[in-house]
Design a protein. Structure first.
Length: 253
């Protein structure tokens, strides 16, 4: 596949800074980033700078899990894209379903965050995905189209270089219930089609669309065999060195 595979570990609120640093050291020692693959880890804010120092020269990149849309200002408790870049981040996750459902993030806010990430020279990982109720009502593609188009509002084709879309069906997150490769491929192909309509087929072919939701060493190879699945956003299985390394070193089946 011509697209560079992206495998990102979203650590959510699991590793305090000291543990994050120790874990990152073990990861760097244990893992050689395979050719044609890009590995990213996303610790919590307080661990970012210290983990960035550990990752130097390792080939593993750093991501943040969230960002405020403003460049700076009186926003107590918030963190800007510029601060994340300064801390050593290359990517920022925006629109994760845990932020949509738990913190009231709307498509409009997520779009402002994504635009801020791009403006600061970082790469967004835009998460989109339907709930179980939406899937059962056969609304999946409608929801995906809405979240994708709203999330990418006012984003020019050039800005999409390096941007990543993560399809994360909400019902598959942390449940052990992975989308089948066929279910995931159907949505990924749809997303690529939408991107093609927006940015042209050639550009859409270059944009990475990764899958997230109960990815583990046992299902990664099958998911990656699908033609529009360009990597994974991994939660639970990314917070252990062994399982994350196995996922990174998957073989397509
Ligand atoms: P799990 O891999 O634990 O299902 O989490 C997926 C996720 O939310 C990644 O962002």
């Amino acid at each position: 596949m011509s697209r560079f595979t992206l495998i990102a570990g979203n650590w959510k609120m699991f590793k305090p800074p000291r543990e994050a640093v120790q874990f990152s050291r073990r990861l760097v020692e244990a893992m050689e980033v395979p050719k044609g693959r890009e590995v990213v880890i996303a610790p919590a804010f307080p661990a970012l700078a210290a983990v960035a120092a550990v990752l130097q020269g390792s080939g593993i990149s750093l991501a943040a899990q969230n960002v405020h849309p403003a460049p700076r200002g009186a926003f107590t408790g918030e963190v800007s894209a510029e601060m994340l870049r300064d801390a050593g981040c290359r990517y920022v996750i925006v629109g994760h379903s845990e932020r949509r459902s738990g913190f009231g993030e709307t498509d409009e806010l997520i779009n402002r965050k994504l635009v801020a990430v791009l403006a600061s020279g970082l790469k967004p990982i835009l998460c989109i995905g339907e709930t179980l109720a939406e899937r059962e009502r056969e609304k999946t593609l409608e929801i995906i189209a809405r979240q994708l188009n709203a999330g990418l509002k006012n984003v020019a084709p050039d800005d999409m270089e390096g941007a990543v879309i993560a399809y994360e069906p909400v019902w598959a997150i942390g449940t052990g219930k992975t989308a089948t490769p066929g279910q995931a491929q159907e949505v990924h192909a749809f997303i690529r089609g939408e991107l093609g309509g927006k940015y042209g087929t050639a550009a859409a072919r270059r944009i990475r669309i990764v899958y997230g939701g109960s990815v583990n060493p046992g299902n990664m190879g099958q998911l990656m065999a699908e033609k529009d699945i360009d990597g994974a956003l991994v939660g639970g299985a990314s917070i252990e060195v062994a399982s994350f390394s196995q996922i990174v070193n998957y073989a397509e089946v």
